[in-house]
Design a protein around this ligand. Structure first.
Ligand code: KG4
Ligand code: ZN
Length: 348
């Protein structure tokens, strides 16, 4: 049994997760406790509920992770925890637990940037070095492009100026009366959609100098397509299922066009030839297919982690091994950084 194991905690948003990963990136155990059922009736994550749920779930999740991994506390050499970005209350629960474990076990504490970890999921899944690369993080809270020199050096190239792609998926799903969480439900609805009935905007896509995204206008276009102007109670709308499918398909296509277009632009501008994609929306099959086609045409390499490593998990926190090897440990008074969305230059 492996004796140098890293224990990673992930509580940035609404998944309570832990994982045990060896230094050669073998995943010995991983548990993700979803809070979807708690947030469903609000059609979005309620920060206070999320933080309380993390408090209740973290210890059972930790126990179960170690049980599955078949390791004891004495085999844990490093404690890793996501400290940025995320919901303040949620981050605090994970960080306090990680500090306590670090102190009790006398093992180093390593902070994880959740967005960098999403990209690192591609490294873990690939089983080999993937740097340098362009990194696209496309999740519920973030849509950003990075130039990733190495696992410790990420440069922000651009990102959304309003909604994140996943947030737009979730909000449009609510307008269409689809179940929570909206992203997967909308993708399923889009399967029956007919192309050509609607044409939504592709904001900023034509701006060849800019690596930014904008999805809020797209959301408004959907709103007008299904309900017109004026006040609307989306919950009481009785929408024709074919209309829902057609709108979902065109919305998804518009988001995918923007994500693919800007990712390819980032590759062209930087001259890099490898794209790594992470975050919950990277689980979207249409996005995976279209990125695959675009990268093949451009003779670039595409790496996307399997869907369960795209949505929030603690396995990706194994990026902490890189910081550990570089001696980048945290003191016990390290704090959370909830809002660090646009790291300028190196985030090291
Ligand atoms: O990375 P993640 O699990 O949490 C954040 O860090 O935000 O991403 C969650 C987001 C949600 O907005 C969810 O609707 C979206 O990822 N998502 C999807 C799919 N699966 C999850 N969006 C589109 N298609 C999917 N298959
Ligand atoms: Zn995430």
């Amino acid at each position: 049994m492996a004796d140098r194991c890293l224990l990673a905690l992930e509580t940035t948003c609404d998944e309570t997760a832990a994982a045990v990963v060896t230094e050669d990136l073998q995943v010995l155990g991983s548990v993700v406790a979803s809070q979807d059922a708690l947030h469903e009736r609000f059609s979005g994550v309620v920060p206070e509920i999320a933080a309380r749920a993390h408090l209740e779930r973290l210890l059972p999740v930790l126990d179960e992770t170690l049980r599955r991994a078949g390791v004891g506390w004495d085999q844990i050499a490093v404690i890793a925890v996501a400290t940025q970005p995320g919901l303040a209350g949620s981050l605090l629960v994970g960080l306090m637990a990680a500090k306590t474990l670090s102190f009790l076990l006398g093992k180093p504490l390593v902070a994880v940037n959740h967005l960098q970890a999403h990209i690192y999921a591609c490294r873990i899944a690939a089983g080999r070095d993937v740097f340098p690369c362009i990194g696209l993080v496309v999740s519920g809270g973030h849509t950003s492009l990075y130039r990733c020199e190495n696992p410790l050096d990420f440069h922000w190239l651009g990102g959304t100026i309003d909604d994140a792609a996943g947030e737009a998926f979730d909000k449009v799903a609510t307008m269409l009366g689809l179940p929570y969480p909206g992203g997967p439900a909308l993708a399923r609805a889009a399967e029956g959609g007919r192309p050509g009935r609607f044409r939504f905007p592709r904001p900023l896509l034509a701006e060849e100098e800019r690596l930014d995204f904008s999805f809020s206008g797209l959301k408004t276009a959907v709103r007008y397509a299904v309900a017109g102007p004026g006040r609307v109670d989306f919950a009481s709308l009785q929408l024709d299922p074919q209309l829902v499918a057609d709108v979902a398909a065109e919305f998804q296509e518009a988001v995918v066009d923007c994500l693919v277009g800007k990712s390819m632009l980032a590759l062209r501008i930087t001259g890099l030839r490898r794209l790594c994609v992470g975050g919950g929306v990277a689980a979207n099959q249409r996005l995976r297919t279209r990125l695959g086609q675009a990268c093949a045409e451009s003779h670039c390499e595409l790496l996307i982690a399997p869907p369960q490593l795209c949505t929030d998990n603690a396995v990706m926190g194994a990026i902490a091994w890189e910081r550990y090897r570089a001696g980048l440990f945290e003191p016990l008074d390290v704090d959370i950084q909830p809002g660090l969305m646009r790291p300028a230059g190196s985030t090291r």
